[in-house]
Design a protein around this ligand. Structure first.
Ligand code: PBG
Length: 324
């Protein structure tokens, strides 16, 4: 074919490159994770996540107004629960006046159009740091899904638009959907962490919420990084059970899975670029070993190219400021 076809013609300058570019990151792509703590005037940096913070409710309000101005229109809420409120069943998760429930209302009052997605899992509330009820060193599935359904309802009542179970118990989407329907919350969506791997990249997040498992690991519920077909099976089941959006987590190491799932389903696909992925880029660029902005944009673009319709990322603000 050469020289009739010279592929470099389409790379001659930035104008032609931008014309033929297949994937472009925009503010609409992002879900912004936010960590919330009790107190007033609190904005604490997370040690293993430079330039990322936990906010008390008053400063959360300021933060979401700023996000909205930047064009970031969806947030993913996580709460750091005081130790004295943690127990095996995560009782505090159902408190109508708990930190999550107040955080939902705070965001909705500050920016009514902001899409509020809440994390549904027991680990921040669990005295064992596990995503489920513990008995004899095991994580009980069905006892946990019953609580997760109640937790979803509590978030919906507080005003959440979407609930996002990040626990990986079997059957939780069905339990949650059924209870939400029974209670009239037809429009409350479910974004399922449908293919969530037992990853070592969650370390900084567990620092942020003080939610590391007190014993063992999460390998009896989160997926084995070696598996691919299982991710498709998990995701198809969650869709059958009523998930509106599915998610793959982490991002970078799992982009093959993202593409497989994108090709296998017809619902929107989210990808979570997790805390350890953020920490790696921050650490290497602090040392001057990587170009922070360039590596950040390359990874976000790769996630989108792999098939992500939306990306949960701690880089959302950095990226949007860079491209605006
Ligand atoms: C727990 C949860 C985790 C993350 C989101 N929800 C950690 C875990 O499973 O232990 C990790 C997010 C991140 O690392 O950025 N339900």
């Amino acid at each position: 074919m050469y020289p009739l076809r010279r592929n470099r013609r389409l790379r001659t300058n930035e104008t032609i490159r931008s014309l033929v570019r297949e994937n472009i990151i925009s503010p609409n792509d992002f879900l912004v994770p936010l960590f919330v703590v009790e107190g007033k005037g609190v904005k604490e940096e997370i040690a293993s996540m430079p330039n990322y913070f936990r906010f008390s409710l008053d400063l959360l309000e300021k933060e979401v107004k700023e996000l909205w101005k930047l064009g970031l229109k969806s947030v993913l809420l996580f709460v750091k629960v005081p130790d004295n409120l943690k127990d095996n069943a995560g009782t505090e998760a159902l408190n109508a006046d708990g930190l999550m429930q107040r955080a939902i209302k705070t965001v909705k009052n500050a920016v009514p159009e902001m899409l509020v997605i809440t994390d549904v899992a027991l680990d921040p509330y669990s005295s064992f740091g596990h995503d489920g009820v513990v008995a004899d060193g095991k994580i009980l599935n069905d006892d946990t899904t019953a609580i997760l359904a109640e937790m979803s309802l509590s978030h919906a009542i507080a005003g959440a638009d979407f609930v996002a179970p990040s626990d990986m118990m079997d059957g939780r989407i069905f339990e949650m959907r059924t209870l939400l329907e029974d209670e009239g919350f037809y429009d409350t969506g479910i974004m399922s962490y449908s293919a969530k791997y037992a990853s070592a990249f969650y370390g900084p997040f567990r620092d942020a919420l003080d939610s590391a498992p007190g014993f063992g690991d999460k390998k009896t519920y989160q997926m084995d990084p070696a598996n691919r077909e299982e991710a498709i099976r998990e995701t198809l089941m969650d869709i059958e059970e009523g998930a509106d959006i599915v998610m793959i987590k982490p991002g970078l190491c799992y982009l093959d899975i993202v593409r497989d799932i994108k090709n296998a389903v017809n619902v929107p696909v989210a990808v979570y670029q997790v805390s350890g992925e953020y920490a790696m880029i921050k650490a290497a660029s602090e040392k001057g070993w990587l170009d922070h902005d360039a590596v950040m944009m390359e990874q976000l673009t790769a996630i989108k190219r792999a098939g992500a319709n939306m990306i949960a990322s701690y880089f959302a603000k950095d990226a949007v400021k860079l491209i605006s």
